[in-house]
Write a protein that binds this ligand. Structure first.
Ligand code: ZN
Length: 115
């Protein structure tokens, strides 16, 4: 499953950062997930839980920040929120929009604890 390999990557990143900072634990991981990223948030969250269960990261809090899809209209150049990639401009109805947001999948911050 896609979400499992992503979860594995996030955990490796957390471990690397913790090592680098000589931290005892990682208390928080903040991740942005765009609506068009193809990542299923619930599946991702359970993948993290399964992979960190009984590990030293089992207490880590995972904060997922959802990012809405965002597009720019090809006609009136207005920016608008998109539910789907095929949404037309809500103002003038033009299509297709240039998609400028919603594909995010990134770790924005990690909070590590020393002692
Ligand atoms: Zn428009």
């Amino acid at each position: 499953m896609h979400e499992f390999s992503l979860a594995g990557e996030v955990i490796r990143l957390a471990e690397t950062e913790a090592d680098k900072n000589e931290a005892r634990s990682v208390s928080e991981i903040n991740i942005e997930v765009g609506d068009f990223s193809g990542v299923q948030v619930e599946a991702f969250r359970s993948a993290i839980e399964i992979l960190t269960e009984k590990s030293w990261l089992s207490k880590t809090r995972l904060n997922i920040i959802r990012k809405k899809g965002k597009g720019i209209c090809p006609g009136c150049r207005r920016e608008f929120e998109m539910e789907q990639r095929v949404d037309t401009c809500p103002i003038c109805g033009a299509f297709p929009s240039e998609i400028i947001g919603g594909y995010e999948f990134r770790v924005v911050s990690l909070l590590v604890e020393k002692d």
